[in-house]
Design a protein around this ligand. Structure first.
Ligand SMILES: O=C(O)[C@@H](CO)OP(=O)(O)O
Ligand SMILES: [Mg+2]
Length: 419
């Protein structure tokens, strides 16, 4: 079903870090308005679509989005207003052509993705579908995803000593989405109590996880396993497992990895992961190696790919072409999917198709800078990919996604829960 765009507008708002981002509204010729909030990353891959930031030192620490906002209200509105689009792919293609670069640096990926997300909502409503239904490709079974709760934050997301960025709870053994959420929240509370008792700070990082001043990942893993047990769950895939996002590009310098005061080679890192996987119930590792350590990634996949999930994020940047090439080279066995990394919803769906066709898993992801927008919850269900990460089970911008999934689950009791 087609839509005719009456106007496209953007407004500068704040994200969860207190930095400016865009709220974008698409209004159709029928007068209905659809809004989207644009997320923003901190540990970005170098191949990501370009987020336009104004370097005005007087404004928000020098990181405004006035130009991106003006591009929506100017060039994009001029190109779309009054036009009829038969589907989202056509509208997104118009945005891509209008930008004219291969990394969306002319108009800004932050300008484009907000329009694309709001337009997806307009198409869904016009077809009288929930967003998740609209985002379900033909032949794909929609499903509620297993939530991945980031409960300890380090790296670029917290001012502590911890080099690894994310330690996530994956309640894979719980029988329903709602019970997985409950388990995540209970372990989060148990972890807070345990950290507090041990004299560690329980302040939060950017994604709502605790940011204790621990430097050894093993110490964090031991504490999380203890908290899982404290809360009455079994550590492991039968109960609550652990997923990591070390975000290794952030501690890779001069060809070496710098972790907890040590200088390690790619093979040292691979050996290190093999050892922590043997000791702790870790089921998934994202960005275990740096984005440009491609040979290391191939060896990492050969060593651990049959045992656990290995997720490409900084190296894949939700780019269908890059993921297809990585599949050919035997890099990773799963991809992280972030809408603003590639810049349109249509290309995000293409990245998911590449994963599906290759037998790669996919995990839908938030960014460390978020808004209250819950688009990715619907995307996770529609893609049927079975996995989402949206930070801790606390803080409004993170729970907006988990709560939207609870709502979808309650409204659709027949939706399968895929793990
Ligand atoms: O590395 C990541 O996976 C993301 C989200 O957790 O972080 P950022 O948004 O800062 O890139
Ligand atoms: Mg990551």
């Amino acid at each position: 079903m087609s839509i005719t765009v009456r106007s496209v507008q953007a407004l500068e708002i704040l994200d969860s870090r207190g930095r400016p981002t865009l709220a974008t509204t698409v209004t159709t010729s029928k007068g209905a308005s659809f809004r989207a909030g644009v997320p923003s990353g901190a540990s970005t891959g170098s191949g990501e679509a370009v987020e336009l930031r104004d370097r005005d030192p007087a404004r928000y620490g020098g990181a405004g989005v006035l130009t991106a906002t003006a591009n929506v209200n100017g060039a994009i509105n001029d190109a779309l207003a009054g036009q009829e689009f038969s589907d989202l792919a056509q509208l997104d293609q118009t945005l891509i052509a209008l930008d004219g670069t291969d990394n969306k640096s002319a108009l800004g990926a932050n300008a484009i993705i907000g329009v694309s997300m709001a337009a997806a909502r307009a198409f869904a409503a016009t077809a009288d579908l929930a967003l998740w239904q609209y985002l379900t490709p033909a032949g794909v079974t929609p499903a509620l995803p297993a939530p991945h709760f980031n409960v300890v934050n380090g790296g670029a997301h917290a001012p502590n000593k911890l080099d690894f960025q994310e330690f996530m709870l994956a309640p894979l053994g719980l029988p329903s989405y709602a019970e997985a959420v409950r388990a995540g929240a209970e372990v989060y509370a148990a972890l807070k109590a345990r950290l507090g008792k041990a004299g560690h700070a329980t302040g939060l990082g950017d994604e709502g996880g605790f940011a204790p001043d621990l430097d050894r990942p093993e110490e964090v893993l031991e504490t999380i396993v203890a908290a899982i047990t404290d809360a009455g769950y079994t550590p492991g895939t039968d109960g609550v497992a652990i997923a990591l996002d070390p975000a290794a590009s952030e501690f890779y310098r001069d060809g070496s990895y710098h972790v907890a005061g040590q200088t390690l080679s790619s093979d040292d890192m691979i050996g290190y992961y093999a050892s922590v996987v043997a000791q702790f119930p870790i089921w998934s590792i994202e960005d275990g190696l740096a984005e440009d350590d491609d040979d290391g990634w191939v060896r990492l996949t050969q060593t651990l790919g049959a045992k656990i999930q290995l997720v490409g994020d900084d190296n894949f940047v939700t780019n269908p072409t890059i993921i297809a090439e990585a599949v050919r080279r035997g890099v990773a066995n799963a991809a992280l999917i972030k809408v603003n990394q590639i810049g349109t919803v249509t290309e995000t769906l293409e990245a998911l198709t590449v994963c599906r066709d290759a037998g790669y898993a996919a995990m839908i992801s938030h960014r460390s800078g978020e808004t209250e927008d819950s688009f990715i919850a619907d995307l996770a269900v529609g893609s049927g990919c079975g996995q989402i990460k949206s930070g801790a089970p606390a803080r409004g911008e993170r729970v907006a996604k988990y709560n939207r999934l609870l709502e979808i689950a309650a409204q659709n009791p027949d939706l399968p829960y895929r793990r």
